[in-house]
Design a protein around this ligand. Sequence first.
Ligand SMILES: O=P(O)(O)OC[C@H]1O[C@@H](O)[C@H](O)[C@@H](O)[C@@H]1O
Length: 302
Amino acid sequence: MPVEETDTQVIVTLPSDPTTKVTILKYGGTVISWLNKGNEQLWVSEGAFLDGSKPVRGGIPLVFPIFGKQKDESHPTYPLPQHGFVRNSTWEFLGQTTANPPTVQFGLGPEQINSDLLKLWDNGSNDFTLILTVKLEAEKLTTEIEVENTGSKKFEFNWLFHTYFKIPDITDTLINNLIDQKCYDQLLKEHYTEKSPIISFHEEFDRIYQSIPLDKIFQIIEFGKVLINVRRLNLPDAVVWNPWIKKSEATADFFPKTGYLNMVCVEPGNVSSFINLNAGEKWKGGQELSIGGEIKVQTNIY
Ligand SMILES: O=P(O)(O)OC[C@H]1O[C@@H](O)[C@H](O)[C@@H](O)[C@@H]1O
Protein backbone atom coordinates (compact mmCIF):
# COMPACT_ATOMS: atom_id res chain seq x y z
CA MET A 1 0.00 0.00 0.00
CA PRO A 2 1.70 3.26 -1.04
CA VAL A 3 0.12 5.39 1.72
CA GLU A 4 -0.66 4.01 5.16
CA GLU A 5 -2.17 6.13 7.92
CA THR A 6 -2.13 5.26 11.63
CA ASP A 7 -3.37 7.41 14.55
CA THR A 8 -0.01 9.11 14.84
CA GLN A 9 1.78 8.87 11.52
CA VAL A 10 1.63 8.47 7.76
CA ILE A 11 3.96 6.16 5.85
CA VAL A 12 4.44 6.70 2.12
CA THR A 13 6.12 3.96 0.08
CA LEU A 14 7.43 4.22 -3.46
CA PRO A 15 5.23 1.90 -5.58
CA SER A 16 8.23 0.66 -7.58
CA ASP A 17 10.43 0.01 -4.54
CA PRO A 18 9.07 -1.01 -1.12
CA THR A 19 12.45 -0.23 0.51
CA THR A 20 12.06 3.49 -0.32
CA LYS A 21 9.66 5.18 2.09
CA VAL A 22 9.06 8.29 4.14
CA THR A 23 7.37 8.45 7.54
CA ILE A 24 5.68 11.64 8.73
CA LEU A 25 4.58 12.08 12.32
CA LYS A 26 1.33 14.07 12.56
CA TYR A 27 2.84 15.78 15.60
CA GLY A 28 4.84 18.66 14.21
CA GLY A 29 4.23 17.47 10.63
CA THR A 30 7.69 16.05 11.27
CA VAL A 31 9.30 13.75 8.73
CA ILE A 32 10.97 11.22 11.04
CA SER A 33 12.40 8.79 8.50
CA TRP A 34 13.41 8.78 4.85
CA LEU A 35 14.56 5.37 3.74
CA ASN A 36 16.13 5.33 0.30
CA LYS A 37 16.63 1.76 -0.92
CA GLY A 38 16.57 0.72 2.72
CA ASN A 39 19.15 3.30 3.83
CA GLU A 40 18.10 5.91 6.37
CA GLN A 41 18.96 9.47 5.28
CA LEU A 42 17.74 11.40 8.33
CA TRP A 43 19.11 11.43 11.86
CA VAL A 44 16.70 11.08 14.78
CA SER A 45 17.99 11.09 18.34
CA GLU A 46 17.44 7.86 20.26
CA GLY A 47 16.21 10.14 23.06
CA ALA A 48 13.67 11.97 20.84
CA PHE A 49 10.09 12.12 22.14
CA LEU A 50 7.69 10.85 19.47
CA ASP A 51 4.63 10.97 21.75
CA GLY A 52 3.74 14.62 21.21
CA SER A 53 5.21 15.83 24.50
CA LYS A 54 8.15 17.71 22.94
CA PRO A 55 9.33 18.72 19.43
CA VAL A 56 11.17 15.83 17.80
CA ARG A 57 14.96 15.97 18.10
CA GLY A 58 15.75 14.92 14.56
CA GLY A 59 14.14 14.30 11.18
CA ILE A 60 12.66 17.45 9.64
CA PRO A 61 11.08 19.68 12.33
CA LEU A 62 9.19 22.69 10.92
CA VAL A 63 9.92 26.20 12.16
CA PHE A 64 7.23 28.94 12.02
CA PRO A 65 6.56 31.84 12.62
CA ILE A 66 9.93 32.63 14.28
CA PHE A 67 13.37 31.08 13.87
CA GLY A 68 15.27 30.89 17.17
CA LYS A 69 14.17 33.37 19.82
CA GLN A 70 13.15 36.90 18.87
CA LYS A 71 15.33 39.51 20.60
CA ASP A 72 13.37 42.60 19.64
CA GLU A 73 10.81 43.08 22.43
CA SER A 74 8.59 45.20 20.21
CA HIS A 75 8.10 42.46 17.60
CA PRO A 76 4.87 40.40 17.73
CA THR A 77 6.91 37.16 17.74
CA TYR A 78 8.87 38.18 20.89
CA PRO A 79 6.80 36.13 23.40
CA LEU A 80 7.01 32.94 21.31
CA PRO A 81 9.22 30.01 22.34
CA GLN A 82 12.33 29.15 20.31
CA HIS A 83 11.40 28.09 16.74
CA GLY A 84 7.70 28.93 17.20
CA PHE A 85 4.74 26.59 17.57
CA VAL A 86 4.22 24.37 14.54
CA ARG A 87 6.87 21.78 15.40
CA ASN A 88 4.82 21.09 18.52
CA SER A 89 1.30 21.12 17.07
CA THR A 90 -0.54 18.14 15.64
CA TRP A 91 -1.19 18.49 11.90
CA GLU A 92 -4.20 17.09 10.10
CA PHE A 93 -3.54 14.50 7.40
CA LEU A 94 -5.31 15.81 4.30
CA GLY A 95 -4.69 12.77 2.12
CA GLN A 96 -2.81 11.75 -0.97
CA THR A 97 -2.77 14.22 -3.86
CA THR A 98 -0.95 12.18 -6.52
CA ALA A 99 -0.37 8.44 -6.82
CA ASN A 100 2.93 8.60 -8.69
CA PRO A 101 5.17 10.06 -7.45
CA PRO A 102 3.33 9.47 -4.18
CA THR A 103 2.52 12.84 -2.63
CA VAL A 104 0.70 13.60 0.60
CA GLN A 105 -0.47 16.76 2.33
CA PHE A 106 -0.95 17.90 5.90
CA GLY A 107 -2.71 21.02 7.12
CA LEU A 108 -2.45 23.22 10.18
CA GLY A 109 -4.47 26.24 11.29
CA PRO A 110 -4.98 28.17 14.54
CA GLU A 111 -7.69 25.75 15.72
CA GLN A 112 -5.10 22.94 16.00
CA ILE A 113 -2.59 24.99 17.97
CA ASN A 114 -2.57 25.01 21.76
CA SER A 115 -4.42 28.23 22.65
CA ASP A 116 -1.82 29.29 25.24
CA LEU A 117 0.89 29.04 22.57
CA LEU A 118 -1.20 30.72 19.89
CA LYS A 119 -1.83 33.71 22.18
CA LEU A 120 1.91 34.34 22.31
CA TRP A 121 1.85 35.51 18.67
CA ASP A 122 0.17 38.89 18.45
CA ASN A 123 -2.44 37.86 21.07
CA GLY A 124 -3.68 35.11 18.76
CA SER A 125 -4.98 37.68 16.27
CA ASN A 126 -3.43 36.09 13.14
CA ASP A 127 -5.42 33.70 11.01
CA PHE A 128 -3.56 31.35 8.68
CA THR A 129 -3.54 28.00 6.94
CA LEU A 130 -0.36 26.00 6.43
CA ILE A 131 -0.25 23.18 3.89
CA LEU A 132 2.73 20.82 3.99
CA THR A 133 3.34 18.70 0.90
CA VAL A 134 5.66 15.69 1.01
CA LYS A 135 6.62 14.05 -2.30
CA LEU A 136 8.64 10.85 -2.51
CA GLU A 137 10.56 9.85 -5.63
CA ALA A 138 13.39 7.43 -6.33
CA GLU A 139 16.50 9.05 -4.78
CA LYS A 140 14.58 12.21 -3.92
CA LEU A 141 12.41 13.72 -1.18
CA THR A 142 10.69 17.09 -1.57
CA THR A 143 8.94 18.97 1.21
CA GLU A 144 7.02 22.14 0.41
CA ILE A 145 5.06 24.57 2.54
CA GLU A 146 2.33 26.97 1.58
CA VAL A 147 1.34 29.69 4.04
CA GLU A 148 -1.93 31.49 3.45
CA ASN A 149 -3.01 34.55 5.37
CA THR A 150 -6.71 33.84 5.90
CA GLY A 151 -7.17 36.78 8.28
CA SER A 152 -7.93 40.43 7.70
CA LYS A 153 -4.53 41.95 8.54
CA LYS A 154 -0.98 41.37 7.40
CA PHE A 155 1.55 39.34 9.38
CA GLU A 156 5.29 38.65 9.19
CA PHE A 157 6.95 35.29 9.69
CA ASN A 158 10.05 33.15 9.29
CA TRP A 159 9.99 29.66 7.80
CA LEU A 160 12.63 26.92 8.10
CA PHE A 161 12.96 23.20 7.39
CA HIS A 162 15.24 22.12 10.27
CA THR A 163 16.59 19.07 8.42
CA TYR A 164 18.85 16.65 10.35
CA PHE A 165 20.87 14.49 7.93
CA LYS A 166 22.35 11.17 8.99
CA ILE A 167 26.01 10.95 8.06
CA PRO A 168 28.75 8.38 8.70
CA ASP A 169 31.14 10.78 10.50
CA ILE A 170 30.99 14.57 10.90
CA THR A 171 34.79 14.78 10.99
CA ASP A 172 34.92 13.43 7.41
CA THR A 173 31.99 15.54 6.18
CA LEU A 174 32.24 18.54 3.88
CA ILE A 175 29.61 20.97 2.56
CA ASN A 176 30.30 22.97 -0.57
CA ASN A 177 29.04 26.08 -2.39
CA LEU A 178 28.81 28.42 0.57
CA ILE A 179 31.95 30.39 -0.29
CA ASP A 180 31.43 34.17 -0.56
CA GLN A 181 28.03 33.98 1.12
CA LYS A 182 27.22 36.39 3.90
CA CYS A 183 26.66 34.68 7.19
CA TYR A 184 25.81 35.38 10.79
CA ASP A 185 27.80 33.23 13.15
CA GLN A 186 25.48 32.50 16.07
CA LEU A 187 28.41 31.42 18.28
CA LEU A 188 30.71 34.41 17.62
CA LYS A 189 27.68 36.72 17.26
CA GLU A 190 29.36 38.24 14.23
CA HIS A 191 28.46 38.89 10.61
CA TYR A 192 31.09 38.02 8.00
CA THR A 193 31.53 36.56 4.53
CA GLU A 194 32.26 32.85 4.36
CA LYS A 195 35.71 32.38 2.86
CA SER A 196 36.06 28.60 3.03
CA PRO A 197 35.59 26.96 -0.37
CA ILE A 198 34.26 23.98 1.53
CA ILE A 199 32.90 23.73 5.07
CA SER A 200 34.42 21.17 7.42
CA PHE A 201 33.61 20.49 11.07
CA HIS A 202 35.98 20.47 14.07
CA GLU A 203 33.85 22.07 16.79
CA GLU A 204 30.35 23.42 17.46
CA PHE A 205 29.03 25.06 14.28
CA ASP A 206 25.99 27.36 14.07
CA ARG A 207 25.85 29.74 11.11
CA ILE A 208 23.01 31.40 9.25
CA TYR A 209 23.99 31.82 5.58
CA GLN A 210 21.94 34.63 4.10
CA SER A 211 20.41 35.60 0.75
CA ILE A 212 22.06 32.78 -1.18
CA PRO A 213 21.21 32.67 -4.92
CA LEU A 214 18.54 30.01 -5.38
CA ASP A 215 20.49 28.14 -8.06
CA LYS A 216 23.16 27.23 -5.49
CA ILE A 217 23.01 23.61 -4.43
CA PHE A 218 24.66 22.48 -1.21
CA GLN A 219 26.24 19.08 -1.32
CA ILE A 220 27.07 16.99 1.70
CA ILE A 221 30.23 15.15 0.71
CA GLU A 222 32.28 12.39 2.29
CA PHE A 223 35.58 11.14 0.82
CA GLY A 224 34.79 12.68 -2.57
CA LYS A 225 31.32 11.11 -2.71
CA VAL A 226 28.15 13.21 -2.73
CA LEU A 227 25.81 11.89 -0.05
CA ILE A 228 23.01 14.46 -0.42
CA ASN A 229 22.20 17.50 -2.57
CA VAL A 230 20.06 20.22 -0.98
CA ARG A 231 18.11 22.47 -3.37
CA ARG A 232 16.00 25.37 -2.12
CA LEU A 233 12.71 26.55 -3.56
CA ASN A 234 12.07 30.21 -2.73
CA LEU A 235 14.11 29.90 0.48
CA PRO A 236 17.09 32.29 0.39
CA ASP A 237 18.83 31.30 3.65
CA ALA A 238 20.36 28.17 5.10
CA VAL A 239 21.39 27.38 8.64
CA VAL A 240 24.21 24.89 9.14
CA TRP A 241 24.39 23.40 12.63
CA ASN A 242 26.24 20.76 14.57
CA PRO A 243 26.07 20.92 18.39
CA TRP A 244 29.38 19.06 18.93
CA ILE A 245 30.27 17.63 22.36
CA LYS A 246 29.23 20.11 25.07
CA LYS A 247 25.93 21.16 23.53
CA SER A 248 24.94 17.53 22.88
CA GLU A 249 25.70 16.74 26.51
CA ALA A 250 23.61 19.69 27.66
CA THR A 251 20.64 18.71 25.45
CA ALA A 252 18.49 16.23 27.38
CA ASP A 253 16.82 14.58 24.36
CA PHE A 254 20.07 14.26 22.39
CA PHE A 255 21.12 10.62 22.55
CA PRO A 256 23.54 8.94 22.32
CA LYS A 257 25.80 11.79 23.40
CA THR A 258 28.19 10.79 20.60
CA GLY A 259 25.31 11.25 18.12
CA TYR A 260 26.74 14.61 16.99
CA LEU A 261 29.28 12.57 15.01
CA ASN A 262 26.49 11.12 12.88
CA MET A 263 24.40 14.19 12.12
CA VAL A 264 24.54 17.56 10.46
CA CYS A 265 21.69 20.02 10.07
CA VAL A 266 21.43 21.88 6.78
CA GLU A 267 18.27 23.93 7.12
CA PRO A 268 16.77 25.80 4.16
CA GLY A 269 14.71 28.76 5.32
CA ASN A 270 13.78 32.40 5.21
CA VAL A 271 15.09 33.54 8.56
CA SER A 272 17.40 36.51 8.10
CA SER A 273 14.39 38.64 7.21
CA PHE A 274 10.65 38.27 7.63
CA ILE A 275 8.23 37.30 4.90
CA ASN A 276 5.38 39.82 4.81
CA LEU A 277 2.02 38.36 3.97
CA ASN A 278 -0.98 40.58 3.37
CA ALA A 279 -4.52 39.42 4.11
CA GLY A 280 -5.61 36.92 1.49
CA GLU A 281 -2.09 36.29 0.15
CA LYS A 282 -0.19 32.99 -0.16
CA TRP A 283 3.51 32.23 0.00
CA LYS A 284 5.36 29.00 -0.89
CA GLY A 285 8.79 27.58 -0.13
CA GLY A 286 10.42 24.18 -0.21
CA GLN A 287 13.44 21.94 -0.14
CA GLU A 288 14.41 19.17 -2.52
CA LEU A 289 16.80 16.56 -1.15
CA SER A 290 18.41 14.14 -3.56
CA ILE A 291 21.01 11.43 -3.33
CA GLY A 292 24.39 11.10 -4.99
CA GLY A 293 25.57 12.39 -8.35
CA GLU A 294 28.62 14.41 -9.33
CA ILE A 295 30.28 17.12 -7.27
CA LYS A 296 29.13 20.47 -8.61
CA VAL A 297 31.30 23.45 -7.74
CA GLN A 298 29.44 26.75 -7.86
CA THR A 299 31.07 30.06 -7.08
CA ASN A 300 29.56 33.53 -7.35
CA ILE A 301 31.39 34.01 -10.67
CA TYR A 302 29.85 31.74 -13.28
O1 LIG B 1 17.19 22.88 20.50
P1 LIG B 1 16.39 23.43 19.36
O2 LIG B 1 15.39 24.49 19.79
O3 LIG B 1 15.74 22.36 18.55
O4 LIG B 1 17.40 24.17 18.42
C1 LIG B 1 18.48 23.49 17.87
C2 LIG B 1 19.38 24.43 17.06
O5 LIG B 1 18.66 24.83 15.91
C3 LIG B 1 19.47 25.53 14.96
O6 LIG B 1 18.72 25.83 13.84
C4 LIG B 1 19.97 26.80 15.59
O7 LIG B 1 20.80 27.49 14.68
C5 LIG B 1 20.72 26.48 16.87
O8 LIG B 1 21.12 27.70 17.50
C6 LIG B 1 19.87 25.65 17.80
O9 LIG B 1 20.64 25.27 18.93
